[in-house]
Write a protein that binds this ligand. Sequence first.
Ligand SMILES: C[S@@+](CC[C@H](N)C(=O)[O-])C[C@H]1O[C@@H](n2cnc3c(N)ncnc32)[C@H](O)[C@@H]1O
Length: 323
Amino acid sequence: MTLADTSAHTRMPWKSAGVRTIPQAFPYQGSKRALAGQILSLFPQEGSPRLVEPFAGSAAISVAALHYKLADAAYISDVNEPLMGLWKLIIAEPQHLIAEYTRMWNEQLDDPRAYFLEARDKFNAGKQPEILLYLLCRCVKAAVRYSQKTGDFNQGADHRRLGAKPSNMAERISRASVIMQGSTVATSAYQDPLVNASRDELVYMDPPYQGTSDVSDHRYLKGLQREAFSEVLQQAVDNKVSFIVSYDVVTDDEKYGSALPAELGLTHRHVVAGVSSQATLMGQKRMTTESLYISPALVQRLGGADAIDGRLGSAPAAEAALF
Ligand SMILES: C[S@@+](CC[C@H](N)C(=O)[O-])C[C@H]1O[C@@H](n2cnc3c(N)ncnc32)[C@H](O)[C@@H]1O
């Protein structure tokens, strides 16, 4: 590490601290916890009065930003109502949530397979957030999956694991609860929180994998059309909203999904997201990179595109794509 790197890491501790220092309330496929160091590097150093995260999921970036005091408060929203109900409980009733998780975890021990299926049926009937927490901890890859026909949660259990131990979960929920105190949680589509964000706020977006044609993305509740998304991004650009979007996944020369339209005038950078697990399965070692798009208002706030490269320690997207 050079002297310059050392001082950057002193000024930006989130770059070197590693993900384990950032609490994770619950597991969630697609969590951006592993990329938090790089995403937080794009936050104005003076911080933001509020971070808005309209595709919140497990809100990894909000938790990380509050942990490192890069925002005074967070506004998290998502279309998944029970998921947002879970966040409300984490913030307002952590002890109740911990007690419910502990009860379900212990009750499952006699017959974990049957218990999971019963819990899933019960969740589909009543949508209780407490049960969603148990399902997320027990299901395959912590990945929510919904039936396109009925909207029911239909992901199966990972029979190799029983889910985080109650003592571990109690610590995670308690830490996340303390950090997220004062945050606002809403069930809503992303448009309003994004377009109406004020100029001193910062919006971080991690939309679901791009939808193709009219097929909705069964991995989350809804797929997202690139064109419709781009139109809303244009409104946010016009409103001078500072935002960052995580978009598409690029594995070496394989690029899934199309880039966001150049007309939006966003600054595009690739960041390394880790080793490609798909390639590893095939006996190859390849890096997975992820695109970040930064709005003109934020680029200006950060001092221009060069300042962004300095913060990320990365090359512009076109060069980085040659990895
Ligand atoms: C990739 S995940 C976000 C993961 C998140 N970054 C984290 O750290 O856990 C995308 C989220 O967007 C939500 N979502 C899908 N369509 C949406 C929409 N139209 N408006 C708001 N949220 C939406 C899904 O429910 C899902 O939780």
